[in-house]
Design a binder for this molecule. Sequence first.
Ligand code: PGA
Length: 260
Amino acid sequence: MNETKKLYLFANWKMYLGLEASYVLAKNIKEELANLNNGITMAVFPSTLALASVAAELKSTTIKVGAQNVYWVPEGGYTGEVSAEMFAATGAEYALIGHSERRHQCHETNHEVRQKIEAALTAGLTPVICIGETASEREAGSTAEVIETQLRSALGALAWRDGLPLLIAYEPVWAISRGVNKPGGHCSAVEAGKMHAVVEKIARELTGIAPAVLYGGSVRPETIAEYLATPHIAGVLVGAAATKFSSWSEITAAAVEAWR
Ligand code: PGA
């Protein structure tokens, strides 16, 4: 039994679920999964479209809600963007920042990631800072360098907000699913755990705070226990397998079991 440690079970619904499907999944989660052990934090990250309705549905529960992205200016003429403040006002408590799909498909830079982290902290949202190397960076042997650059840019000389945990998601880009039924490459729990130790060390040096490092990349009901049994893995950020109630409840059950 873990008395003091925390476990994070985070569900990134990406752009898989529309308004109605998001609401239905939130309702199922509320009805079936709302009574988790102490120490386990579950959060769902719906699309921007569905966030307010999901947050309203989960309001009276222990399940948290987060944004998948934020803009760094609080308000103004920024067509199509939504600010951290606006998400916070709907009940969101977290924000994914720098997810690899935004870095690589939307060309988000380390500098923009940094601005978004600062904006999230200002709005009182806990940023979940996503980092990870691509397949070609890994093949070139530059994983450690890429990770360090991303972390330095995200956290160097940053005043963290008191009371908010430092959450980092290590998501090797090559291991992320290519679709709901298309897992990415397999990053073993051992390999992930080694990277998490490196991430922890760098993040702690930069901030003075011990981070919780979550793993993300094709986590499935069959593999969750292995990741959670590995030192330095403080939780998971799950995409594809979190978008169906059946697999998310299996993941949750396996995590609760592993946490005993
Ligand atoms: P996946 O996504 O579980 O579908 O691989 C994880 C993520 O990208 O956050």
